[in-house]
Design a binder for this molecule. Structure first.
Ligand code: FEO
Ligand code: CA
Ligand code: CA
Length: 669
């Protein structure tokens, strides 16, 4: 979900909250560095400063990997006919492709699940049905260890809930833009808790079309209310994770706000807890030791009224519960009885995703952004090595390793700084008494290390073929002119950008890297925006607010967006294909766009690149007021679209869509 654009409902609650985890650390932005190097006047001129710095990158581009011959020759890696930009009640995909709804909110997942009836919702039904707001989509082939592209387990995050379009009678205040809390009874809150979490669903392709395998033994619902998680790694059992319900600090009920994620080489699903602050309300007692920690994470956000019914969501009654959320979760989709693990070694913050790669030495490297303005980009390097011949040997790899945070220097290089207790400032003198403290307060630890404050780091996608890594930076309209830096070069950055990292020597575990801005997003036709798409990009091809990304089996980059659809964009969110090499580098093409008010999440290719799964999240909610054909906020009774069913009385339903080429070919060909 995006928190920058107006005319949103949940989003406005975020925006109004001044304590939403703002980074007030005194770290140098790169603007400070630029100021020292190039003088304050140039730094204030933003683009001039960047031009000056760009001159210093030159030799570093030698670190970037070799380019494929086709790209050198200026031949596009994508030959599909581009979709025309637009805003509509339905989705749209490139000509020659099919976009079929595979599973929707409320569809049966477990045996005994009732058919979805929006007027007869219950928590018991929701616990057996597909949850709300599908975000991350992963694919685990069946049988395990195979590369089957026709049978597998779909692993899907259910990030959050939108009451005003889920439930009859809740409504939305057109002025405050908030759903009506008073209408949120315990019964409705219980449905919300059950609609959070994730789903594992067996799927099979036959006759060219994907279908859910009903009542598969693998099918599973993970919820906010019922699923038990084990806390593992250095922070497990720490006093700051202990609660009345869990005096040992090792068991948590539920995962919340699971945004993007990743699939590991050993076939587990990593699910990233992001904006967990919104579920907590209440007030810590004065002088409580968690005060600064909670403030840094924006706890309590009070975007939901769950604390009215459950003490654990009220920080005055259970101050440590919030410390048990904000982690990377590992789930084994092949064992529906397995206990998911919250892997504390990867740190606690607002994790967007967990894309990963096996390094050439066998260590596994997981990239994870902290999606908030002025927060940081991280990677985790396992201590042990991936064992391709013994799955079980990998199952606890994520409990030991080193978490690093990125510092991007003005000369076009950068350093991964280790978050290790006892090293540098991460000592008791600064309140870090153990590695658990460093991990629970990873943001503050990163402040002290001098990490670079970024414009909302979202997915960070490593490309195993090239050694390069792509960092999606959604936007940051709070960055002032004197806060720009080389890697976040625009003040009032409304459209975001994509940074390309080249790890030194193609070694994903390296602590040094070179970096470059692949593209500054936004409308290239408006000079003041400062977009830097390749001129070969068409009017349909530009985008803003990059959020998720996928790299297909051929090493091509695909980007999805969160926050388009307002009037300046003349297009909803969608999937864009992005050239990264050769003469067309920086050229993007629109492949698919979502229905009005939705966000595009979860791009996921199956192993043969002949299916792309995408997740259409929160249809009818964001920016719909800007759409002249609608002009107000959506409610259950009157939504901007009833996608995908288009039936009277049926609310809009988040859904996973399977995109295939009608001739069975490779996606994008
Ligand atoms: Fe849930 Fe960063 O988007
Ligand atoms: Ca998002
Ligand atoms: Ca996201």
């Amino acid at each position: 979900m995006d928190r920058d654009i107006e005319n949103m409902t949940r989003s406005m609650a975020f925006e109004a909250d001044e304590d939403n985890g703002r980074n007030e650390s005194p770290n140098d932005t790169l603007g400070d560095i630029i100021t020292r190097r190039f003088g304050r006047r140039d730094a204030l001129k933003g683009s001039l400063a960047v031009a000056a710095i760009a001159a210093t990158f030159g030799p570093l581009s030698a670190l970037v990997g070799s380019r494929p011959a086709a790209a050198q020759a200026g031949k596009s890696a994508f030959s599909f006919p581009e979709v025309a930009r637009g805003v509509g009640r339905d989705h749209a995909v490139a000509e020659g492709y099919s976009a079929d709804v595979l599973i929707r909110w409320g569809d049966p997942v477990l045996p005994g699940a009732p058919a979805f009836d929006p007027m007869k919702q219950s928590a018991e039904a929701q616990k057996k049905q597909f949850g709300y707001n599908n975000d991350f989509v992963g694919y685990a082939p069946l049988p395990a260890g195979s590369t089957s592209a026709e049978n597998g387990l779909l692993c899907v995050n259910h990030e959050y809930t939108d009451e005003e379009v889920m439930f009859p009678g809740v409504g939305v205040d057109q002025q405050s833009k908030e759903a009506n809390f008073k209408a949120m009874t315990r019964e409705l809150v219980d449905i919300e808790l059950a609609a959070h979490g994730g789903s594992v669903v067996e799927i099979r392709k036959s006759g060219g079309k994907w279908q859910v395998v009903a009542d598969s033994r693998y099918n599973r619902r993970i919820t906010g209310s019922d699923t038990e998680f084990e806390i593992t790694g250095p922070a497990a059992g720490h006093d700051r994770l202990k609660t009345k319900a869990d005096p040992a600090g090792r068991k948590v009920v539920g995962m919340l706000n699971n945004c993007a994620g990743g699939m590991t080489p050993w076939g587990t699903w990593l699910s990233a807890e992001e904006n967990i602050n919104g579920y907590f309300w209440g007030k810590l007692e004065d002088g409580h030791p968690e005060t600064a920690n909670h403030k840094r994470m924006g706890v309590p956000g009070a975007w939901y009224n769950w604390g009215a019914y459950y003490d654990r969501f009220d920080v005055s009654k259970e101050p440590n519960e919030a410390n048990r959320f904000g982690w990377i979760v590992e789930i084994d989709p092949y064992d529906p009885t397995s206990t998911p693990k919250k892997r504390t070694a990867l740190g606690r913050f607002k994790h967007e995703g967990a894309d990963n790669v096996v390094n050439k030495d066998g260590r596994v490297v997981i990239y994870t952004g902290d999606d908030e303005r002025f927060e940081y980009a991280y990677k985790f390097v396992t201590e042990g090595r991936f064992n391709p011949s013994d799955r079980r040997a990998n199952m606890d790899l994520l409990d030991r390793g080193t978490l690093y945070v990125a510092r991007f220097d003005a000369d076009g290089t950068g350093t991964w700084l280790p978050l290790v207790h006892g090293q540098g400032p991460l000592t008791a003198a600064n309140g870090f008494n153990s590695q658990a403290d460093v991990l629970i307060e990873a943001r503050r630890a990163s402040d002290l290390l001098g990490a670079t404050k970024m414009d909302r780091p979202e997915d960070i996608g490593p490309n195993a073929r090239t050694g390069k890594v792509y960092v999606m930076l959604t936007n940051n309209t709070r960055r002032k002119a004197d806060q720009v830096d080389a890697v976040n070069p625009r003040p009032d950055n409304a459209f975001g950008h994509v940074v390309e990292i080249a790890e030194e020597g193609g070694d994903f575990a390296a602590t040094r890297f070179a970096w470059n801005v692949l593209v500054q997003a936004g409308d290239p036709g408006v000079a003041a925006v400062g977009a830097t798409f390749n001129p070969a990009t068409t009017q349909n091809g530009w985008f803003g607010m990059p959020d998720n990304c996928a790299i297909d089996g051929q090493g091509r980059l695909w980007i999805t967006t969160d926050g388009m659809g307002f009037k300046d964009t003349k297009c909803t969110d969608g999937v864009w294909a992005m050239e990264t090499d050769g003469a067309l580098r920086g050229t993007s093409k629109l492949f698919y766009r979502v229905p009005v008010g939705a966000e595009m999440c979860g791009p996921c290719f199956v192993p043969d690149d002949r299916t792309l799964f995408v997740a259409v999240q929160h249809p009818a909610t964001d920016n719909v007021k800007d759409w002249p054909e609608f002009g107000k906020l959506s409610s259950f009774e009157d939504p901007a679209t009833r996608w995908p069913d288009f039936k009277d009385g049926m609310p809009p339903r988040p859904a996973v869509v399977a995109i295939t080429k009608k001739d069975g070919g490779i996606i994008g060909s």
